[in-house]
Design a protein around this ligand. Structure first.
Ligand SMILES: [Zn+2]
Length: 501
């Protein structure tokens, strides 16, 4: 049994300032650049779907034929050049690898290319063309997939993470491999049912450890063990959506695979009804920066331990932000917050200047806001260089175990009681090691501001005294009413709880 494997990740925020060009895929960031052949799967001791797939497949004695793998940090549309180059490599490597018995693709599911609204649908179409209608293709997708009907039609099994923060990446790949094994062993052709929900869900309301998604996922797991009539449900793929994509397939979906169409439809209808009944509970309370800092300082004085965590959700580089807005930083400085840290500000120029000046130097300069989002300007002040590092560290938390973070040249700058962890390589702060590398123990802080929407919760929430979600400027819009969508499906509502047109 020979299984071809490829991965291609991009989460496209069509409202973000920068596009995903070929260079964004080439940089050796978290995904290690564009890889081909054996390099793709050299490390399978990592929390990634393809790694979980490979480990499970090898336990069956299958041969894995690695094709091409690439990923970039979220941004606006993938350029035509980047899409054609990488999709072209995958197709070319697949042709060269033939004959194979099956194909596994590890994808995001919310990729928008300049030339295709449905990036994964287009890639699947090309892969299907190479292998023909009968060969099994199974895929895994990010929790934030915007699943199109074409994607469902073009593959024989779709597996989506069930956690946000995404701690079950490898597990999702393993589930895909198990499904493929069942198909190979003669599972009858599965009926599919897809249901589309007619409101977008903001990312901050999609955490799976809290309601309403906690109960919704619990019900999905129960249904997967159920029989309806004589038919078994083989899997349920729930996608709460990536809402910052102005494309027709941007909406939550539920896809059910079952032995009969009746069973698939019944389970899909029940899951859709759960979303609809829970609509008003998907909205997360948002704090203005100044009010959030005041509340954080008050809470930090109250009994308890650990930092008050402020989530700077709208500038999350994991959702398409540049990680350099300063609304929350200004609020911390104005309020004279003490023992506070902001992780991170992306500012390669300032990091380089700090490395040239050395530890102990005091630099009078403007920090952050180099992108100029929302008319913001850098925070000009005297900054003490407290620590310097090379930004090279490995994740240890439940989500990023084994991930290799390359944050470029980094500097810890301090002004009064506020410290800022400055990075040169853009990326979301979601693991405690990304703070420890600055010589700071997260647990010992009073206030910890993080540019993240939900992923920080996996490693930081357990030590947090409290968590406040802050609405400071940035392109990862927490309230979609601040945006103008043009291409959504007719009848879509941009926030839960808003009236139907
Ligand atoms: Zn995601």
């Amino acid at each position: 049994m020979r299984v071809a494997l490829a991965f291609f990740f991009h989460e496209t925020n069509t409202f973000a300032p920068a596009k995903g060009d070929l260079e964004a895929f080439r940089v050796a960031g978290a995904f290690g650049g564009i890889k081909r052949g054996a390099d793709l799967i050299r490390n399978t001791d990592i929390n990634m779907p393809y790694a979980g797939f490979v480990n499970e497949a090898r336990s069956y004695g299958w041969d894995i034929v690695p094709l091409t793998g690439a990923g970039a940090v979220p941004s606006a549309q993938v350029t035509e050049e980047a899409f054609e180059t990488i999709a072209g490599m995958i197709v070319e490597d697949l042709r060269a690898a033939l004959p194979v018995d099956a194909v596994y693709l590890d994808l995001h599911g919310a990729m928008v290319a300049e030339t295709f609204d449905d990036g994964e649908g287009e890639l699947l179409r090309r892969v299907r063309q190479v292998v023909g209608p009968k060969m099994p293709i199974v895929i895994s997708l990010d929790f934030h997939a915007n699943v199109s009907r074409e994607m469902v039609e073009l593959c024989d099994g779709m597996f989506i993470y069930r956690t946000y923060p995404h701690v079950d990446l490898a597990l999702t790949g393993q589930r895909a491999a198990r499904h493929l094994k069942k198909l190979v062993d003669g599972l009858p052709r599965q009926a599919k049912a897809i249901r589309e929900i007619d409101f977008l869900i903001p990312a901050a309301g999609q955490a799976t450890a809290t309601e309403p998604l906690k109960s919704i996922y619990a019900r999905a797991s129960d249904l997967e063990r159920a029989t309806i009539g004589n038919a078994r449900i083989s899997t349920i793929a729930v996608a709460p959506c990536f809402p910052l994509a102005d494309v027709p397939m941007c909406r939550p979906t539920i896809t059910v695979y079952a032995d009969s169409q009746g069973a698939a439809d019944a389970a899909a209808d029940e899951m859709a009804a759960l979303f609809e009944m829970s609509e008003s509970r998907f909205v997360q309370e948002l704090w203005e920066p100044r009010a959030a800092v005041r509340e954080a300082m008050r809470l930090a004085e109250s009994p308890g331990s650990g930092p008050v965590v402020l989530a700077d959700t709208q500038d999350n580089p994991g959702g398409g932000g540049n990680g350099d807005t300063v609304g929350l930083l200004r609020a911390l400085i104005e309020a004279k917050a003490q023992n506070a840290l902001l992780a991170h500000i992306w500012d390669p120029d300032v990091a380089a200047t700090a490395h040239d000046a050395g530890v102990g130097a005091v630099l009078h300069l403007g920090l952050g806001a180099k992108t100029g989002w929302a008319g913001e300007t850098p925070v000009v002040a005297d900054w003490l260089v407290e620590q310097l590092n090379d930004g090279d560290t490995r994740g240890s938390g439940p989500m990023a175990k084994g991930w290799h973070f390359k944050m470029g040249r980094c500097a810890l700058l301090c002004h009064g009681g506020v410290r800022v962890a400055v990075i040169s390589g853009k990326g979301q702060c979601l693991d405690q090691e990304q703070v420890r590398i600055f010589g700071v123990e997260p647990r010992a802080l009073s206030v910890l501001a993080l540019k993240s929407t939900v992923h920080y919760r996996a490693d930081f929430e357990p030590l947090a005294r409290a968590v406040l979600v802050v609405k400071s400027p940035g392109p990862v819009f927490a309230d979609h009413r601040d945006l103008t969508y043009r291409k959504l499906k007719p009848g879509m509502r941009v926030m839960p709880g808003t009236p139907r047109a």
